[in-house]
Design a protein around this ligand. Structure first.
Ligand code: SF4
Ligand code: SF4
Length: 479
């Protein structure tokens, strides 16, 4: 294939699609998309993946580890649980690092594999294409039938189809909203909101209703607009993708010049064959455009609106099979791959991202591995200096805070490191509540002979039975 062969589509100067959205008309009004029902190998694979991910999404809130949810992201109460382990705000740095890793991973993944995430994993695409759209096809039929129904006057059939569709859509939105809430406040709390009188969980109830209507609005009305105009990841594609990124692409070298197949009329077979020989493989049937849920023509090249849903691959492969031409006119490939015929995955940018990602992942693993189960904080009580005891000891009063990151109740104790002294708890010795913070006060008494005047640095071990669970440093005032 010629190295410098230009893309005739991309080379055109005044292509309307460069500054127009396929879903907005010249008056700025929304153009409703009626994508034709996709079918084929990739659609089948995506359905299987979608089913698996839906089971995972709806099933995970019910999974408990040591009585904790598998995942919980309670932003309001600053309570986070990952794989059943409690992460208090004190572990926030781990979250920040995990978020940075995620952003770099997404960038790296996109540089190499384009929008694979959008087409196969993104909840928006999965719910839209594998749940809501399928229900719509089932109730209203394929694209043309939907168009006809929408343009038809209101009658019994239209009313029945429209109302039943919207009821099912809303019911699924409620299910999605409750599942979403389960990841925030836990499934037990969601069940309580459903079971108990509204007055007992008024805020939770309002959140449930708000989320339900939000999801209903997204999947019933907003639809592809989420991907084409709202989603920040979609908007970032322009800076993340390069000519080596693997995207769903049209092989313009093979396909152009496009044109209908000239049918051989009796006696003019040679003429038809000559005309066909001048054409590329694209027969300009526009099926790839008709199945596109964002309304674009992939033959215009990679566009920000393309969510890599694979529907156009299946449509085109079916056409190519029918006209006895090789499949793959639209396929997963890079712009460079189409131009040169060589598939190259790594480039300097992806190598740089991979290196940074590797270092950060290593750092996160180390921080996770060295994360203590209990985190202690010991601070001298404000306004208190020291007291002298009758037997020659100096006493300081401290406020303690123990964060118990485990699911077990822990009886805690402390011992001095490298110093002989006494520890006297104010009240009972601390019992650390699971996944919570325990506060209290404690006196530490040290022999005056071991101390210097003013501030002394001391270290203490925090124990739970025979286990040392943390170590703390603090200051000790002496006369
Ligand atoms: S261009 Fe193809 S892959 Fe992209 S959104 Fe449209 S149908 Fe899906
Ligand atoms: S489906 Fe294939 S043959 Fe038909 S217009 Fe699209 S690219 Fe051309």
């Amino acid at each position: 294939m010629a190295e410098d062969t230009p893309n005739p589509i991309l080379e055109e100067e005044e292509d309307w699609y460069r500054d127009h959205l396929a879903t907005v008309d010249e008056h700025g009004k929304r153009v409703w998309i009626y994508p034709k029902k996709p079918k084929g190998k990739f659609t089948n694979y995506r359905t299987i993946v979608a089913l698996f991910l839906l089971v995972v999404l709806f099933g995970m809130p019910w999974v408990k580890v040591h009585g904790n949810p598998l995942f919980m992201f309670n932003i309001l109460e600053r309570k986070f649980i990952l794989f059943g382990s409690y992460f208090p705000p004190q572990d926030f740095h781990l979250f920040v690092l995990a978020m940075i890793i995620m952003v770099i991973f997404i960038a790296l993944f996109t540089v190499i594999y384009g929008r694979l995430f959008c087409g196969w994993v993104c909840p928006q695409t999965i719910f839209m294409e594998s749940v809501y759209r399928k229900i719509e096809y089932w109730i209203e039929g394929d694209a043309n039938a939907q168009r006809r129904l929408n343009n038809a006057p209101w009658n019994g059939e239209k009313l029945l189809k429209k109302v039943s569709k919207q009821i099912i859509f809303f019911a699924i939105a409620v299910l999605v909203a409750n599942t979403f809430l389960s990841y925030i406040i836990g499934v037990d709390q969601v069940i309580n909101i459903i079971k108990d009188p509204i007055s007992e969980h008024f805020q939770g109830f309002i959140a449930m209703i708000a989320f339900s209507f939000a999801f209903y609005g997204v999947f019933s009305f907003l639809r592809e607009q989420v991907c084409t105009t709202i989603c920040p990841y979609g908007r970032l594609q322009g800076v993340l993708l390069d000519k080596n990124s693997v995207v769903i692409t049209y092989d313009y070298l093979r396909g152009e010049p496009r044109g209908k197949i000239h049918k051989a009329v009796k006696g003019k077979e040679e003429e038809a064959a000559k005309m066909n020989a001048l054409l590329g493989d694209c027969i300009d049937c526009k099926l790839c455009v008709q199945v596109c849920p964002t309304g674009i023509d992939i033959r215009n090249g990679t566009q920000l609106e393309c969510v890599n849903c694979t529907a156009c691959i299946d449509a085109c492969d079916e056409v190519m099979t029918k006209v006895n031409r090789p499949t793959g006119l639209i396929r997963y490939d890079s712009e460079e791959g189409v131009r040169t015929g060589v598939k190259k995955i790594m480039n300097p940018r992806s190598i740089a991202y991979t290196s940074v990602l590797g270092v950060l992942v290593l750092l996160e693993i180390i921080l996770f591995a060295t994360r203590t189960q209990v985190e202690g904080l010991l601070l001298r009580t404000p306004g208190m200096l020291y007291q002298k005891t009758d037997d020659g000891y100096i006493s300081n009063l401290y406020n303690y805070q123990f964060v118990n990151k485990t699911s077990d109740t822990l009886a805690l104790d402390m011992e001095l490191i490298d110093l002989e002294g006494r520890i006297k708890w104010v009240g009972q010795s601390p019992i650390a509540i699971p996944n919570d913070v325990t506060n209290g006060a404690v006196f530490i008494e040290l022999p005056k002979s071991e101390l210097v005047a003013g501030k002394n640095r001391i270290k203490l071990r925090i124990r739970s039975g025979d286990h040392v669970v943390d170590q703390v440093k603090t200051s000790f005032m002496a006369p």
